[in-house]
Design a protein around this ligand. Structure first.
Ligand code: SF4
Ligand SMILES: [Zn+2]
Ligand SMILES: [Zn+2]
Length: 392
């Protein structure tokens, strides 16, 4: 970096070139500009209401750690009046999530924010380590993505929070636009650039990976999902975390990330070499798209078994869990139209169900702090524990 003055304050020495704009800036100006751009995104989209309870989806990774730091900073600087929480999901991945949760626990102290952790084992009766033992490493991310999305909503419901914010950034969003175009998924394309979503739609199979489930997640319970980093470049998030010396966890999951998204990411990197504004351009293209009425939208209903929002009679998590419990993990992975999936739905229709489907997911409830058990629609289910979310 040549010894040049910061293009913003014109006093301090520039120490970095912003990937988003190419400007040479000093450290303090970079922090301020980055935070102010997030603030502008929040203001322009009227993201928060004063006094709102907001859960920050915290994984310990760079995106959610920077998100927690910046939202707390802006909440204090501009008196948003938000009641902030950290909400973490413990998938039960030894050597990965256990370590990253230690980072979140330190963030809790560093940012003085309450932390709640909800584990797959207490919610579904299975850890990801156990799931991988049964299903292998081919479709494991489908289980993990579907289970995480529901777990976040259930954690938010238990906290009596109406709004979850996640650290998805501009690069994630541009990748999602590309993926939806490449597979011709026009219905998802319509909404995948929205900053705040609230609806029943499931992400596509290929999106159900690490973090990806949320990248194309259109909500599911009336609990809002927002992405304040929608316009923040991943490289700038990394720079912010690096220069601020934030405490984050950078190791990848041991159960390999989603391949389809990796191709879209690689393609985007190559596009950026030719056209540096490609990320923002793609997001703007997605925002400007208007999808015709003839495109079929997903209808909204509640899962007969667990009460969670679903586009079918049984939600994907219930199908996947039943598959695990029956020892037929392919149930629910691909098409919901398969014979075995149809049988699973039929089995849930009343007291004639003779099959032992094992433990089911507790009934979804937003009113109570505790998520209560479901017994009414599924008389043969094993006893289901109340979900007590551990406060760290
Ligand atoms: S890569 Fe992500 S989605 Fe896949 S198993 Fe690991 S944490 Fe879960
Ligand atoms: Zn400066
Ligand atoms: Zn369900």
């Amino acid at each position: 970096m040549p010894s040049r003055l910061c293009s913003t304050c014109e006093k301090a020495r520039a120490v970095l070139r912003r990937p988003k704009t190419g400007e040479l800036v000093c450290r303090e100006c970079f922090y301020y500009i980055f935070e102010e751009e997030v603030h502008q995104t929040i203001i322009n989209s009227r993201l928060f209401k004063k006094g709102e309870k907001v859960a920050i989806g915290a994984s310990g990774g760079k995106d959610s750690t920077v998100l927690a730091h910046v939202i707390k900073t802006l909440n204090d600087r501009y008196s948003y009046g938000l009641d902030l929480f950290l909400l973490s999901i413990d998938e039960g991945i030894t050597g990965y999530r256990d370590d990253s949760l230690e980072t979140v626990k330190r963030n809790k102290v560093q940012y003085s924010l309450p932390l709640k952790v909800l584990g797959y084992d207490e919610l579904y009766g299975w850890t990801m380590d156990e799931i991988v033992k049964q299903v292998g490493t081919r479709n494991n991310c489908t289980f993990c993505g579907v289970f995480r999305r529901q777990a976040l909503d259930r954690g938010a419901a238990a906290l009596e929070v109406d709004h979850i914010i996640t650290g998805h950034n501009a690069d994630d969003m541009a990748e999602t636009v590309l993926m939806n175009i490449l597979r011709g998924d026009i219905a998802r394309l319509e909404r995948c650039t929205e900053i705040c979503t609230q609806g029943p739609e499931q992400p596509a199979e290929e999106d159900q990976g690490c973090g990806d489930a949320q990248a194309n997640d259109l909500g599911g319970t009336g609990i809002k999902r927002s992405k304040p980093f929608k316009y923040a470049y991943e490289k700038e998030i990394v720079m912010y975390a690096h220069y601020k010396k934030l405490d984050y966890f950078s190791t990848e999951c041991i159960y390999h990330p989603n391949a389809y998204r990796a191709y879209a990411r690689e393609y985007l990197r190559e596009l950026e070499l030719i056209r540096p504004s490609a990320v923002i351009d793609i997001i703007h293209s997605g925002e400007a798209l208007c999808v015709g009425q003839q495109v079929k939208r997903v209808k909204q209903m509640s899962c007969k078994r667990c009460g969670y929002m679903s586009s079918n009679e049984l939600c994907k998590a219930c199908l996947l869990l039943e598959g695990l419990n029956r020892g037929t993990p392919s149930l629910g992975i691909h098409s919901g139209k398969s014979k075995i999936a149809r049988e699973a739905r039929a089995n849930d229709s009343g007291p004639n169900d003779e099959s032992n489907i094992g433990r089911t997911i507790p009934k979804f409830s937003r009113k109570n702090a505790d998520v209560t058990s479901s017994t009414s629609s599924n008389p043969t289910a094993n006893a289901q524990p109340q979900i007590a979310i551990s406060a760290e």
